[in-house]
Ligand binder design. Structure first.
Ligand SMILES: [Zn+2]
Length: 330
């Protein structure tokens, strides 16, 4: 700070204090308004003059002395105020004036900050922080029935972080990470995501106009006589209990029962186990064409049926056929 700044600094303080005192002394001054006093007027070009006046309001004093402000000028104290105790009116350029007033406030603010500045203490603190694992998804390829499969379970990691914490009046005001050390690396969770094409089971299904169970004589037909069937064309194939067809050879179906030829049929999940199926195209077979949904299969959607057969060769011989089937659900 140079000399000039120091000087203007103290002047600003005086003005600041004066502004406050106006309010304290205003009433007293008004009461003794008939008194003649000296008032110093400092113009914006630093020219000083002293005038004698009985007036106390800044605007009145200026008017009495034929002093007019330009659009750029303002007074300290302002026009509407009573003259301050130091009996000085300063006319300044607006911009300078605002700067000076702002500086007055700045001084007060800085002092306020200083007075509120408690003791600041610093501490180094080491904390263990969990590093959450990330989940990574991978597109699955090939056939499969599971939509999402967890390939690897995720595990959180752990790190030791050293912070510098600043306290003021025992309240934490700043926390800065200084260093960190990984104790345990996190393990990513890996999920294989497969897009499964779901065929709606109702696709192509319609109400039957006849009920073949009424005229059929098999036990299964008798059982479902009272049920109104729906009709749908299925893409059918055949399978046996061999490893090629089932990946296992015990012949146990999804229902838990052992598969039987001309009885067991595998259907998509849209059809409950136990659903009775009549395939007119197979009405000359030993079962008269009446089957029960007992099995499932990875490749069997709601638009497919897989007829169980005794041998792999007969399954192969059946091949693939689009046939109409009646569905009895209960
Ligand atoms: Zn087979």
């Amino acid at each position: 700070m140079n000399k000039n700044e120091k000087a203007s600094g103290s002047l600003i303080k005086i003005i600041g204090i004066s502004l406050v005192l106006i309010f304290l002394t205003g009433i007293g001054v008004m009461a003794s308004s008939a008194r003649v006093t000296n008032v110093k007027i400092i113009l914006s070009n630093d020219y000083e003059m002293t005038v004698l006046t009985t007036k106390t309001r800044v605007a009145d004093i200026l008017e009495e002395n034929h002093i007019t402000l330009t659009a750029e000028e303002i007074t300290i104290p302002s026009l509407e105020l009573e003259i301050a105790e130091n009996r000085t009116i300063r006319i300044v350029n607006k911009e300078d004036g605002i700067t000076e007033i702002a500086e007055v406030e700045a001084v007060i603010t800085a002092e306020e900050i200083l007075s509120s500045y408690g003791t600041i203490t610093e501490k180094l603190v080491t904390e263990q922080v969990v590093i959450p694992f990330e989940t990574i998804t991978k597109e699955a390829t090939g056939q499969g029935t599971k939509q999402n499969r967890i390939v690897q379970n995720g595990k959180d990691g752990l790190k030791e972080v050293t912070y510098k914490i600043k306290y003021q009046n025992e309240i934490e005001i700043e926390k800065t990470e200084i260093s960190s050390k990984i104790i345990k690396e996190p393990v990513n969770k890996i999920v294989e995501v497969r897009t499964i094409q779901i065929t709606s089971r109702s696709a192509g299904e319609r109400k039957a106009t006849t009920n073949p169970a009424v005229t059929a004589s098999t036990t299964l037909a008798k059982k479902v006589e009272g049920i109104t069937p729906t009709v749908k064309t299925f893409n059918t194939s055949a399978y046996c209990s061999c490893a090629k067809c089932c990946g296992k050879t015990n012949g146990i179906t999804a229902s838990g029962a052992k598969a039987s030829a001309w009885y067991t049929v595998a259907a998509g999940k849209g059809y409950k186990l136990g659903t009775v199926i009549y395939i007119p195209a197979l009405k000359d077979k030993p079962n008269g064409g009446w089957f029960v949904v007992q099995d499932r299969g990875g490749a069997i959607s709601n638009s497919k049926l897989d007829v169980y057969m005794d041998s792999h060769s007969s399954a192969l011989k059946y091949g693939r056929k689009n046939v109409e089937a009646y569905i009895y659900e209960f």
